[in-house]
Design a protein around this ligand. Structure first.
Ligand code: HEC
Length: 109
């Protein structure tokens, strides 16, 4: 009786450990879009995306470009104006950057 209770607690703890593992590894693998933007994009776009080069927080620009378009812009850049980041980011990092660019959208028009 005692022994089986103990075994039950032990396997309960083991199950808890197993169920926490995926959560922790997903968290560790989710790239930080804000940090990637700060390190790679803010030099031209500013922390908030509102630089004189191109205001990417502008709702009109945000409406005109699709998520795919933002990803393409990151991959290919604009010759002579924005560098291509092809090969610098994996797909998860590009997705995080796209989400971050969306979060920069200004409220007012
Ligand atoms: C060397 C400066 C520079 C860097 C670094 C840079 N950009 Fe740009 N970016 C520009 C310029 C300049 C434009 C405007 C290009 C144009 O008008 O055709 C632009 C345009 C854009 C646009 C708008 C595209 C459109 O079709 O309107 C997005 C979105 C964007 N950049 C995102 C990023 C992201 C995300 C990063 C970092 C991964 C980044 N940029 C890094 C200079 C830069």
């Amino acid at each position: 009786m005692r022994k089986s209770m103990f075994a039950g607690i032990k396997s309960g703890i083991a199950a808890l450990g197993m169920s926490l593992l995926p959560v922790l590894s997903v968290a560790a693998e989710t790239p930080d879009g804000a940090q990637l933007f700060r390190e790679n994009c803010s030099v031209c776009h500013g922390i908030g995306g509102r630089s004189s080069l191109k205001d990417i927080s502008d709702p009109a620009l945000q409406d005109a470009i699709s998520d795919q378009g933002i990803a393409e812009q990151i991959r290919h850049g604009t010759p002579g104006r924005m560098p291509s980041f092809k090969g610098d980011f994996n797909e998860a990092e590009i997705a995080a950057l796209v989400r971050y660019v969306r979060a920069l959208r200004r409220r007012e028009r």
